[in-house]
Design a protein around this ligand. Structure first.
Ligand code: SAM
Length: 267
């Protein structure tokens, strides 16, 4: 029997600081990468929108003639997203899984999906759904992590060690686990789905200021429930927490976030 697919981090207010870390680390490069494809009047689907920071940016780019449909399968995330986009009339939110986008009965000019496929058991199927729900000439902007590329120097078990051991299936099929290194496969499976690749690049943010590094502690807290469920003891978690605090206070120690592979592709 296949394992149930569960999102491993806290959602809603308890999970928002982990997403703050993603926003801080990646939004600048996401915007630079995406800007040339987004045009006023477009209909955009933001898949797994989280707390909605990028949905808000898309809404400002497509303008009043355009529309953003932002979906997430967590009501709590959507509540947070709705809060920050209050007053914007061109965003619709739906609590929906990435696997169910046909239920929207819509087609899109651009589909944006960041750091969601590497949480799913069936990322390849999801890319094919994106292809099928895009208009002809429509754009898919995907960004997925290569979690095994994260490091600290000098190294620290609190950073590289805090990543769970993620299976990275090398098969062509979807699996029964998430694939934390799916980012390295994004180009290949976008092509397999029928897309023409327009651009592709790798990004790896460095956290070196105290204000950046402090968000890592929050990320650790948001992963606690999953870590304990995966077999970590309370004492082991506490050791990691204490070592993380030490790591963020050492101004000589740098943290390299995981890599993100960005792909822009056209139907
Ligand atoms: C790491 S967060 C990324 C959020 C946002 N895309 C960003 O880059 O800031 C992953 C998000 O995907 C959502 N998610 C997980 N599984 C999902 C699924 N099957 N369908 C839709 N959303 C999902 C989670 O609730 C979470 O908000």
């Amino acid at each position: 029997m296949s394992k149930e697919e569960v999102y491993e981090y806290e959602v809603g207010p308890q999970g928002s600081q982990g997403l703050d870390l993603l926003d801080l680390a990646f939004n600048q490069s996401t915007i630079a990468f995406t800007q040339k494809y987004i045009k006023p009047g477009m209909t955009v689907l933001d898949v797994g929108c989280g707390t909605g920071v990028m949905s808000r940016w898309f809404a400002t780019q497509v303008g009043p003639e355009g529309k953003v449909i932002a979906i997430d399968n967590s009501e709590d995330q959507l509540l947070a997203a709705k809060k920050i986009t209050e007053g914007l009339k061109n965003i619709d939110y739906q609590c929906l899984s990435a696997y169910d986008i046909f239920d929207l009965h819509l087609t899109f000019d651009l589909i944006y999906c960041r750091f969601v496929l590497h949480h799913l058991h069936s990322p390849r199927k999801t890319i094919r759904l994106f292809y099928d729900t895009l208009n002809s000439g429509g754009i898919y902007i995907g960004e997925e992590g290569i979690i095994s590329a994260a490091f600290a120097y000098p190294s620290s078990f609190a950073w590289t060690g805090y990543m769970p051991t993620l299976p990275s299936p090398h098969t062509e099929q979807d699996g029964e686990n998430r694939d934390g290194d799916f980012g390295m496969k994004l180009f290949y499976y976008a092509k397999q789905a029928g897309f023409d690749i327009l651009d592709c690049q790798l990004v790896q943010p460095l956290l070196w200021k105290r204000a950046q590094k402090i968000l890592v502690v929050q990320g650790l807290k948001e992963f606690k429930k999953t870590a304990l469920a995966q077999g970590m003891t309370e004492q082991e978690w506490q050791n990691k927490h204490d070592e993380t605090l030490r790591l963020i206070q050492d101004d000589d120690q740098i943290i390299a976030f995981y890599q993100s592979c960005q792909v822009a592709a056209k139907k």
